[in-house]
Design a protein around this ligand. Structure first.
Ligand code: ADP
Ligand code: MG
Ligand code: MG
Length: 514
C-alpha cells in the first residue's frame, strides 16, 4: 500500500461456519500452547497450585498493519534503547524531572522511589550495571478528513514489567498456524505467508536476562523474578523462566516483595543478594532481579514494600530495572524529551556519551517523528491547564503511573482539571490523542463469553520489545549492549479508551503486514 491510500477495510467477510471453525482453531491452539491466563479465583485462599487455566483473550484474525510503518519503528528501537540507557545514567536530569524539585515532591509513589534511590546514591551504589527490558508502544495515526499520510505515533515507553512478550509470540504463532491450516478460507488477498512477520519475544527477552546474568559472573547464581501476589498472567512469565533454564541453564526463583523480605539477606561485605529457596540448605546468590511487580502503588501497600525495594536495590544484583531506569520511563520524562534540544543533548553530544554509539540528525528526526504534542500541566503558570481545557476534545491527561486505568480522556478533562490543585499539576502531562484508522473490525474472543467471538470496531496498539544492558564501570561512555526482542499487538474495542490486556480492555492479536 502507498502512504496516501486510505487504510484497508477489515475484516474480509466470513461465513458463520468459517467463523466458528476459526474460533475453534484459535481457542484450541491457545489452550494447547500455553496462550493462557489463570482464571479469576473462586475461593480464598487461592490454592498454591492452580487446578485450571483459561485461554487468553484473543482475536480470531490478525489485524492489517502498514509494513513500512512497522519496519520504521523496528529500526528506531535501537535509538530508543540507547536513549533510555542514557537517561537512566543522567542523574542530574532525573533529579530535576523526577526528584525532589519535580515529581517526587508531589507524588506519593514516585517520591519514596526517588528518595530510596537518593539514599543509596549517598551510600554508594554496589552495582553499576543496569538491565532494561523495554516495550515502546505505538498506534497508527490517521486523523479523519486529513489528507496526510497515515503515520505511527508513540503512546509510551515502558521500562518496567513490560509484559505480554511470551503470549504475543504465541498469538502470532496461532494466527500463522490458522493460515497454514485454512488460508483463512482465501477471504483476503492479504493472507500470504510473507505477511506474517516472525515474532521471537521469549528468546529475545530471555537473552537479555542471560546477558546480564553472564555479566554478573557467578555462574551458579539464580535469577529472581519479583512477582505480584494473585498474578493471573503467570504463563507469560513462566515461558521466560523455561527458556532461561532450557537454553541458558539459568535457574529462576519467583517471590513477591513480602516473600523477598522474609527470605533474603545481603552479604555485608560483598552486598550479594542471597535468597533462601527450597530445597537448597544455603541461601542462593541472585545475579539478576527481574521485576514483574513494583510498577504500581498497589504493589507497595505499606512502607515495608518500599523498604524491600530499596533493600534489593542496595544489593550487587543487576536490577531489571533499576529505580533510575524505572523513573526514566515516567510520562513526565517522555514529555520533557519533547522540549527543544533535549533529545539532541542525549543523542548528539559525543563529548558526553562517547563514540560507542554515534547518532546523527536523521536518528533524532526518526525518533521525533514518532511523537505527538505533549506538555506538563504545570507549564508556564496557568498556561498548561488553560491549553488542556481548551483542547480537551483532542487530549488525554496522564499521571506518573503504569499498568493502565490511570488516564483522563477528552470530555472528562475539564471537570477533572477543576479538582486538581496547583501542586498536583506537576505530576500530570497532557498528550494529543492519537487517532487510529476507522473501519477496522475484528472478532474478539474471551474465555467464558460463550462460544461466539464478537465482531466489533477495533483499534490496535503495537509494542516493540528490546533490551539493553549498560553502565559498565559507572561510565556514561561505556557500551550499551542492546537487541530487539520481538513485538506485541493488542487490540481493543473502539469504544474503550484504555488498552491493557491485564486490565481487561484489550486482547492479544498479531500483525498482518500490508
Ligand atoms: P500505561 O502506562 O498505564 O499503560 P499508557 O500511556 O499506555 O499508560 O495509556 C494507557 C492506554 O491509554 C494506552 O494503551 C492507549 O490505549 C490509551 N492512550 C494513551 N495515550 C494515548 C494517546 N495519546 N492517544 C490515544 N490513546 C492513548
Ligand atoms: Mg506503561
Ligand atoms: Mg501502556
Amino acid at each position: 500500500m502507498t502512504d496516501t491510500s486510505p487504510f484497508i477495510q477489515w475484516p474480509p467477510s466470513l461465513l458463520p461456519a468459517e467463523e466458528d471453525a476459526l474460533t475453534l482453531l484459535a481457542t484450541t491452539y491457545a489452550l494447547s500452547h500455553g496462550l493462557l491466563y489463570l482464571p479469576v479465583p473462586t475461593s480464598q485462599p487461592v490454592p498454591p497450585a492452580p487446578p485450571s487455566a483459561i485461554h487468553a483473550p484473543l482475536t480470531i484474525l490478525p489485524t492489517p498493519f502498514p509494513r513500512h510503518l512497522f519496519e520504521r519503528v523496528q529500526r528506531v528501537q535501537r535509538v530508543y534503547s540507547v536513549l533510555y540507557a542514557r537517561i537512566a545514567q543522567d542523574i542530574p536530569f532525573l533529579d530535576r524531572i523526577m526528584g525532589e524539585e519535580g515529581v517526587a515532591k508531589v507524588d506519593d509513589f514516585v517520591g519514596p522511589l526517588w528518595r530510596g534511590w537518593k539514599q543509596l546514591r549517598d551510600e554508594g551504589m554496589a552495582q553499576p550495571l543496569q538491565l532494561g527490558i523495554y516495550r515502546s508502544d505505538y498506534m497508527l495515526h490517521a486523523p479523519p478528513g486529513s489528507t496526510d499520510a497515515i503515520s505511527i505515533k508513540q503512546v509510551e515507553f515502558n521500562t518496567i514489567s513490560s509484559s505480554f512478550g511470551s503470549l504475543s509470540q504465541l498469538a502470532a504463532a496461532m494466527h500463522r498456524y490458522m493460515y497454514a491450516s485454512t488460508q483463512f478460507f482465501n477471504t483476503s488477498k492479504y493472507f500470504q505467508s510473507s505477511n506474517f512477520p516472525l515474532n521471537e519475544t521469549t528468546p529475545g527477552i530471555a537473552r537479555g536476562i542471560a546477558e546480564a546474568h553472564k555479566a554478573y559472573s557467578v555462574k551458579e547464581a539464580f535469577v529472581l523474578f519479583v512477582v505480584q501476589e494473585g498474578e493471573r498472567n503467570v504463563f507469560d512469565q513462566r515461558m521466560i523462566e523455561y527458556e532461561l533454564l532450557e537454553k541458558h541453564s539459568i535457574h529462576v526463583v519467583r517471590l513477591t516483595f513480602d516473600e523477598t523480605a522474609e527470605r533474603s539477606v545481603l552479604d555485608p561485605t560483598t552486598k550479594a543478594l542471597k535468597v533462601k529457596t527450597d530445597p537448597y540448605p544455603d541461601p542462593i546468590e541472585i545475579s539478576v532481579v527481574y521485576y514483574r511487580a513494583g510498577y504500581t502503588p498497589r504493589d507497595y501497600p505499606t512502607p515495608a514494600q518500599f523498604a524491600t525495594r530499596v533493600h534489593i536495590e542496595r544489593s550487587r544484583a543487576i536490577k531489571c530495572p533499576s529505580i533510575a531506569l524505572q523513573l526514566a520511563g515516567g510520562k513526565k520524562v517522555q514529555e520533557t524529551l519533547t522540549h527543544p534540544g533535549v533529545l539532541e543533548s542525549f543523542l548528539l553530544d559525543r563529548d558526553r556519551w562517547g563514540e560507542e554509539h554515534v547518532f546523527d540528525q536523521a536518528d533524532v528526526d526518526a525518533v521525533r517523528e514518532t511523537w505527538v504534542g505533549m506538555w506538563g500541566l504545570d507549564f508556564n503558570g496557568n498556561e498548561g491547564v488553560r491549553k488542556a481545557r481548551e483542547g480537551a476534545a483532542g487530549l488525554v491527561l496522564k499521571p506518573q503511573r503504569e499498568g493502565g486505568g490511570n488516564n483522563v480522556y477528552t470530555s472528562d478533562i475539564p471537570a477533572f482539571l477543576d479538582t486538581l490543585d496547583l501542586r498536583e499539576r506537576e505530576a500530570w502531562i497532557a498528550m494529543e490523542m492519537i487517532l487510529p484508522p476507522q473501519d477496522v473490525q475484528n472478532y474478539l474472543m474471551r474465555a467464558g463469553m460463550g462460544e461466539r467471538a464478537i465482531l466489533t470496531d477495533v483499534v490496535s496498539e503495537l509494542g516493540i520489545f528490546g533490551w539493553a544492558l549498560f553502565g559498565e564501570g559507572g561510565q556514561e561512555k561505556s557500551r550499551v549492549k542492546e537487541q530487539d526482542a520481538g513485538w506485541l499487538l493488542r487490540t481493543k474495542g473502539r469504544d474503550s479508551n484504555e488498552g491493557g490486556v491485564a486490565t481487561g480492555f484489550s486482547v492479544l492479536d498479531s500483525l498482518l503486514l500490508v
